[in-house]
Structure formats: C-alpha cells, structure tokens
Design a binder for this molecule. Sequence first.
Ligand SMILES: [Zn+2]
Length: 120
Amino acid sequence: MRAPIKAFLLDQRRIAGVGNIYASEALFRAGVHPATPAGRVHKRAAPLLEGVRAALEGGIARRGTTLRDYVDAEGRQGDNAAALLVYGRADEPCVRCGAVIRRRVDAGRATFFCPRCQRR
Ligand SMILES: [Zn+2]
C-alpha cells in the first residue's frame, strides 16, 4: 500500500470512499499528513478511523456541507462548512496550533492540512 493515504481514503473500491472534504478533515483530526504512504499509517489507524467517524458524524448531523448550492432532500441548505476544521481554510490559522493551513493537490483533488499538526 504505497499509495498516499489521501488517495487511499478516496478510493471507492476499498471503503466506499469517505469523500474529499471528509478525507481532509479525518487526516487533520488524526494528525496524519495526506502524502503519508497508506501502508505506513497502521500505527495511526485507530485515530484515523476515529477521525473519519467524527468527521462524518459532524457532517451528517449538520445535513452535509454547503460549499456551492447543495441542499438536502427537503431543500434545506447544509451548514457544515462553518464547522470544518481545515477544508477550505487555506491561509487561516490552525484551530489547534495556529500554524497557517496549507492547500495542496493530490490526485487532482484539493487537500487542506496543517503542516505542524500533520507531519510526514
Ligand atoms: Zn496545527
């Protein structure tokens, strides 16, 4: 498993893909750099799974993430964007350590991460 963990999380063949936004959120929560080879993440597997669970639960509770014009089945806009910890926050201070959040592109998808909390 040499694929970067970010690509691994997005891979629909393995775990029904957690989605681009929640992959960034889960990696931040677990303190895992998005370019870490997936096979090296086993030591951090428990916190990463917890990060995925927490990110998804937060998103579901808030009816999804509105970045453009998403509405749920009842036509209500989601309001999770304000609760995202790193996604969409490039150049803003990290909520944990104050370092500047960075944006990078992995496999054509934007990834947001904290360079201090998520070391390689
Ligand atoms: Zn940080």
